[in-house]
Design a protein around this ligand. Structure first.
Ligand SMILES: *[C@@H]1O[C@H](CO)[C@@H](O)[C@H](O)[C@H]1NC(C)=O
Ligand SMILES: *[C@@H]1O[C@H](CO)[C@@H](O)[C@H](O)[C@H]1NC(C)=O
Ligand SMILES: *[C@@H]1O[C@H](CO)[C@@H](O)[C@H](O)[C@H]1NC(C)=O
Ligand SMILES: *[C@@H]1O[C@H](CO)[C@@H](O)[C@H](O)[C@H]1NC(C)=O
Ligand SMILES: *[C@@H]1O[C@H](CO)[C@@H](O)[C@H](O)[C@H]1NC(C)=O
Ligand SMILES: *[C@@H]1O[C@H](CO)[C@@H](O)[C@H](O)[C@H]1NC(C)=O
Ligand SMILES: *[C@@H]1O[C@H](CO)[C@@H](O)[C@H](O)[C@H]1NC(C)=O
Ligand SMILES: *[C@@H]1O[C@H](CO)[C@@H](O)[C@H](O)[C@H]1NC(C)=O
Ligand SMILES: *[C@@H]1O[C@H](CO)[C@@H](O)[C@H](O)[C@H]1NC(C)=O
Ligand SMILES: *[C@@H]1O[C@H](CO)[C@@H](O)[C@H](O)[C@H]1NC(C)=O
Ligand SMILES: [Cu+2]
Length: 642
């Protein structure tokens, strides 16, 4: 095992001296202790991505950001270390700037891992690629071990009476994830206040409580070099923005409440997409990335990458950095978002452990790879060294515990336990478990459903009433069960409805959103992300600085319609989820809009390669919480855009 504290392979890896004091007003002032320690001992790290030290022989879980916040010592260490990283000289490969810069802009070379000729302006990341989930895994670990090392150092500065406690917390430190698909606690937004609530934060460090720039709110370039972003307004913005307004103004300010509202409105859509990925995407090729377009594939239009794209576009709030592929990693939200993508991948891997990376041609070039190159399980995941001479591969990165971290949903868990966690977390909008939750009721008069089955294991014990959430405008508590569920001797089922979307990734030379609504749509595109009759949007995550030779690539994704249709059934607008009622309803009520992330509206025929078809499938519901729904064949119902 390459120790992550091993000394240094490549040049200047030191944190700059006194970095926290350099920008005193905003960073944490460690007082005299900092000066003492830094003079005694510089610390750096190797460019080798290793394994984080185990604690009592165990990998430690990455926690959801709201849970990490409840652990005061770890939370303070996290904020201090992230701030530290952001104040680290941009000349250091372990600065926030350079680690973020591995992904896209500025197309820098990291760890002396050279680009292929002509690819020197492109980042190392793999998108629309079979390597999308696996490349980001060691990337996150590089970020995590860099922060872990800073955390250990900062923890060592506490006074002796607190040292054991704080260092104990430090040893268990792992980066948090942000679960954008789980219902937030009552009264809160999907976007935690710790991220978007304030540009300053009070943090307790070894030198007491201080108010510092919130390192989760934005990253301020230090210094800002406008040339790393080829276009306005990014070449004017000296810090990352979310939902900036006015959106092309050099002095634009972030509007995080816009982002929060949009994310809350998209929760039903994200949650349905995620649940469908777990339940009906057993093949890694289809699950992993948005580039796979086959024939007869009505059931495989979505992917974790496509869902992740949507979170990028909405999380960036339109014109923010997070919404632009090559700029996204500079927003600190990127690493929280990607840790959740990694966690979803890990959960999916437990359920589908017999399918993985197979040889596939790269749709896009990266820093070290050309378009058309075959990527496979042994492709080096550059620039992430496993030792002095070799790189991590998808094969080596298959088991996350290799890296010394885990997630509570998968650690020591059986397949059934992972499924149960999915059924608990991601089914607030799915008929599958609305029925599961009311099973206790229906079982008492089982004859009504002719179930013929008794749950063998634990039945979900959750409250029958649906959770009331901040975003919720109408209750679906009075669902007409008979309009939604059908029963026969083998169990209960319902019909799932989905819009399958296919489009050229660079159709509009920028990231853009495809929206679906029921009924009238206001003219003002800035309201689209949060109107009540929004069903969902598909965010296509593109950028400004991709090479033109790659612009033909098509991507696919979905917008689930089922939860919106259930609401229509509850309100009596459709009689049931059967095609005979749903098809005519959708043909008259479904509205489509397309806009680039800055709000510019495009008509449908201007969007190159756009096809949208409405499909459906009969889905047999699970009877116990350790089972997923079983999908039937996915049938095409009609084309919205042929
Ligand atoms: C930080 O603490 C000060 C003093 O207690 C308080 O006035 C201020 O509101 C706090 N700021 C934040 C962002 O919590
Ligand atoms: C600014 O960035 C550009 C593009 O990456 C680079 O060529 C230039 O050297 C940088 N300037 C400074 C002062 O770092
Ligand atoms: C960043 O840009 C803003 C707006 O142009 C300016 O007011 C601010 O002083 C700049 N900050 C730094 C640290 O340069
Ligand atoms: C910020 O977004 C919120 C929520 O969408 C909106 O109500 C508010 O007007 C926006 N503020 C500005 C200054 O645009
Ligand atoms: C997964 O899908 C790909 C592409 O359709 C196919 O080539 C491969 O055989 C499938 N794998 C399995 C295990 O079915
Ligand atoms: C697609 O499905 C149709 C009808 O089920 C079948 O006739 C056809 O052979 C399939 N095509 C491929 C490439 O599998
Ligand atoms: C580096 O790792 C590769 C892959 O595991 C291995 O084949 C090689 O022997 C290692 N080299 C050294 C110098 O440890
Ligand atoms: C997994 O099991 C081991 C041994 O029982 C235990 O020490 C460890 O804490 C567990 N890990 C998690 C994350 O629960
Ligand atoms: C895959 O999961 C199944 C069911 O939990 C288990 O029996 C099997 O051993 C696992 N296979 C591998 C390679 O881990
Ligand atoms: C009963 O419903 C299931 C879905 O729950 C379906 O797969 C099956 O074909 C149905 N059987 C009959 C006899 O209709
Ligand atoms: Cu991403």
């Amino acid at each position: 095992m390459a120790s992550i504290l091993t000394f240094v392979l490549f040049a200047s890896i030191f944190f700059s001296h006194g970095l926290a004091n350099a920008h005193g007003v905003k960073g944490y002032d460690y007082g005299h202790r900092m000066g003492l320690r830094v003079n005694k001992r510089d610390f750096g790290q190797s460019s080798i991505v290793g394994s984080l030290p185990l604690v009592d022989g165990q990998p430690q879980p990455r926690l959801e950001i709201r849970d990490l916040q409840k652990n005061h010592d770890q939370w303070n260490l996290y904020i201090l270390a992230l701030s530290w990283m952001q104040y680290t000289s941009q000349d250091s490969p372990f600065s926030f700037y350079q680690i973020a810069g591995i992904h896209g802009a500025p197309g820098q070379t990291w760890g002396n891992v050279s680009p292929l000729p002509g690819n020197d302006n492109i980042g190392y990341c793999h998108h629309v690629s079979i390597l999308f989930p696996t490349w980001h895994r060691p990337y996150l670990v590089l970020y995590e071990q860099t922060m872990y090392n800073i955390v250990q150092f900062i923890a060592s500065l506490w006074p002796p009476e607190d040292l054991d406690r704080v260092q104990g917390a430090a040893k268990r430190f792992r980066i948090p994830y942000w679960d954008w698909a789980a219902a937030p606690p009552a009264g809160e937004s999907v976007l935690p206040l710790s991220i978007g609530g304030s540009s300053v934060v009070n943090v307790t460090g070894p030198n007491g409580i201080q108010s510092v720039s919130n390192p989760l709110f934005s990253f301020a370039f230090k210094p800002f070099n406008g040339s790393i972003f080829p276009d306005a307004p990014y070449n004017k913005w000296n810090e990352t923005k979310r939902a900036p307004y006015p959106n092309t103004d050099p002095n634009a300010i972030s509007n995080n409440s816009f982002v929060a509202t949009s994310l809350d409105k998209h929760l039903p859509s994200y949650q349905q997409r995620l649940y469908n990925l777990f339940a009906n995407y057993p093949n890694y090729t289809h699950f992993s990335n948005e580039g796979w377009i086959g024939q007869n594939n009505s059931g495989t239009f979505d992917s974790i990458e496509s869902l992740h794209d949507s979170v990028h576009t909405i999380g960036g709030g339109g014109w923010g950095h997070l919404a632009i592929i090559a700029y996204s990693s500079f927003d600190p939200l990127f690493f929280l978002h990607h840790a959740n993508v990694d966690r979803i991948f890990a959960m999916w891997q437990v359920i589908h452990n017999d399918t993985y990376v197979v040889p596939t041609a790269a749709v896009y070039a990266s820093h070290t790879q050309n378009q058309g190159d075959i990527e496979d399980i042994q492709t080096p995941l550059k620039p992430f060294f496993v030792n002095d001479t070799s790189f991590w591969t998808s094969d080596m990165a298959r088991n996350l515990e290799t890296f010394g971290y885990t997630y509570t949903e998968v650690s020591n868990k059986t397949r059934g336990e992972v499924v149960a966690a999915i059924n608990r977390l991601y089914t607030d909008y799915s008929p599958a478990t609305i029925a599961l939750r009311s099973n206790q009721n229906s079982l008492s008069h089982a004859g009504q459903w002719a179930d013929g089955q008794t749950p063998k294991t634990k039945v979900v014990q959750r409250a029958q009433k649906s959770r009331v959430m901040a975003w919720q405008h109408g209750s679906i508590g009075h669902l007409p069960m008979n309009a939604i569920f059908k029963a026969n001797s083998s169990g209960k089922s319902y019909r799932e409805w989905i819009a399958n979307i296919e489009v050229k990734k660079h159709a509009l030379k920028n990231s853009f959103l495809i929206y679906l609504f029921l009924g009238d749509v206001p003219d003002d595109s800035s309201s689209w992300q949060s109107v009540d009759n929004l069903i969902g949007s598909l965010g296509v995550f593109a950028g400004h600085s991709r090479p033109t030779r790659a612009e033909h690539g098509k991507v696919t994704g979905t917008i689930p319609l089922t939860s919106a249709l259930m609401r229509m059934a509850a309100d009596g607008h459709v009689q049931s989820l059967d095609p005979e009622y749903v098809e005519p309803f959708l043909r008259s009520a479904l509205q489509l809009r397309v806009a680039v992330v800055d709000g510019t509206v495009f008509s449908v025929n201007e969007v190159s390669g756009l096809r949208i078809s409405i499909v459906s499938s009969v889905v047999a519901i699970p009877t116990t919480e350790d089972k997923l729904p079983r999908w039937g064949e996915v049938e095409s119902n009609f084309d919205l855009v042929a």
